[in-house]
Design a protein around this ligand. Structure first.
Ligand SMILES: [Ca+2]
Ligand SMILES: [Ca+2]
Ligand SMILES: [Ca+2]
Length: 418
């Protein structure tokens, strides 16, 4: 191989400087007198894209697969090898661009170029790191392989092409493709499979969850116990409705006797069994059925909450345990089971209008964003925030004063920007 490497180096150094304005386009013929356009290399008499990784392997050296050595880019010239026992093949995934981002269900065209002296009997296999094998194609005489691709799983895929001799991969290339979209966690149209109810929470026949009912001294919660939210960045959406009319929608409001509110909670606990004890310990009224830490108890774990608080708690009144940061209805981010710990908040005077509102939450490292009906209401850094993920659900309460507390259509949007 020493001889081969030396020869490759000579070839690399003797390549003409590429012109800044193009001549041969992708897949067109080229030569010393017919250079390729910028960004393309003349290899085997054709203008081809520069390989990003792992273009080269020989059929009898299995461990060279996946090698992304710096020399690969310059080893592309076909016909160097004169030993009949080795088969030199290269593949480059030319389209789409590395880092493409698409919506779920969107189809795109992929193009791979295969280079080698003898392509007879070889196939190209397409696969995805998330979806598995996508299909196999024969290689056209020009070495080009086209495929229309649809990726099903949301998230970041490695789209992989491999040249196969039988089932033996000879060369591969890959790019990252992000598939974006909302994934429904719960729409509550039929049943509560995968969810656990606590206290007064129930599924409404209308296809949403009611946490309290419009009655005094209620406390309810529901948690997704069949899966948990992963640590790190997260994007979630759900719908809420609170007010005193029996059906969601426009309703005359008397905010003076409406309370107490509800919260989306994510508890970093070892198992769903811990949620029962948390619910039992959590307080009614201003505790919003998640208050187990700070002035409400001795919980010392990690948790993340977005509360929709419709009652002003005030330490100076009766047996109340903390003072809210505003007399207005508010949305707030609180932490670790402590409803007093408003690390970010915004006033929402009309949230008790009994209508459905669309809530979106984005946690991007220590930056938290909350939007309601498409309007940003919280967008700030929370010092020291280290989102741990955990079991997600909703809790709500009433006290002396009451409201319905409905939520629906919990969705997540996996990371999709490669
Ligand atoms: Ca629903
Ligand atoms: Ca309150
Ligand atoms: Ca509050």
């Amino acid at each position: 191989m020493r001889f081969l490497s030396g020869l490759v180096l000579v070839i690399a150094c003797s390549e003409p400087v590429q012109p800044s304005t193009g001549f041969g386009g992708l897949g067109e013929r080229c030569g010393i007198a017919e250079p390729c356009a910028e960004g393309l290399n003349c290899r085997g008499g054709l203008c081809l894209a520069q390989p990003r990784d792992a273009g080269l392997a020989t059929s009898d050296v299995g461990n060279s697969m996946g090698d992304s050595g710096a020399g690969v880019q310059d080893t592309g010239s076909a016909g160097i090898e004169d030993a009949g026992s080795e088969r030199r093949v290269e593949i480059v995934l030319n389209r789409p661009e590395d880092g493409l981002s698409i919506e779920g269900g969107e189809r795109f065209d992929a193009v791979a170029e295969v280079l080698g002296e003898d392509l007879a009997g070889l196939d190209v296999r397409w696969s995805s790191s998330l979806d598995g094998e996508l299909g196999r194609d024969q290689i056209s005489p020009m070495g080009r392989v086209l495929r229309s691709v649809t990726l099903s799983q949301l998230g970041i895929h490695d789209l992989i092409v491999e040249v196969l001799d039988g089932d033996v991969p000879l060369a591969r290339d890959s790019i990252a493709v992000g598939v974006c979209g909302w994934q429904m966690i719960g729409d509550f149209e039929r049943d509560l499979e995968g969810w656990q109810r606590f206290g007064d929470a129930r599924r409404d026949p209308g296809g949403w969850l009611e946490l309290t009912g419009n009655a005094r001294s209620r406390k309810g919660a529901i948690y997704k116990v069949s899966e948990s939210i992963q640590p790190g960045d997260v994007r979630l959406a759900f719908r809420i409705s609170t007010g005193q009319c029996d059906e969601p929608g426009v309703c005359n409001l008397n905010p003076s006797d409406a309370a107490d509110g509800f919260a989306m909670n994510i508890w970093d606990v070892d198992s769903p069994e811990a949620l029962g004890a948390i619910f039992e310990a959590a307080r009614r009224g201003g505790g919003l059925a998640y208050g187990v830490g700070g002035p409400y108890g001795d919980f010392e774990g990690k948790a993340f909450h977005v509360e929709f608080d419709t009652w002003y708690n005030d330490l100076r009144v009766g047996d109340q345990r903390y003072t809210d940061p505003t007399r207005q209805n508010h949305v707030a981010v609180t932490l670790d089971g402590n409803p007093f710990n408003h690390v970010a908040f915004a006033e929402l005077p009309s949230i008790e209008d009994n209508r459905w509102h669309e809530v979106e939450l984005v946690i991007d490292r220590d930056r938290v964003r909350v939007s309601i009906d498409g309007q940003s209401v919280i967008d700030q850094r929370v010092e020291g925030l280290d989102f741990k993920g955990g079991y997600i659900g909703f809790s709500g309460t009433t006290g002396y004063f009451t409201n319905y507390h409905r939520f629906d259509e919990l969705r997540t949007r996996p990371a999709c920007e490669p």
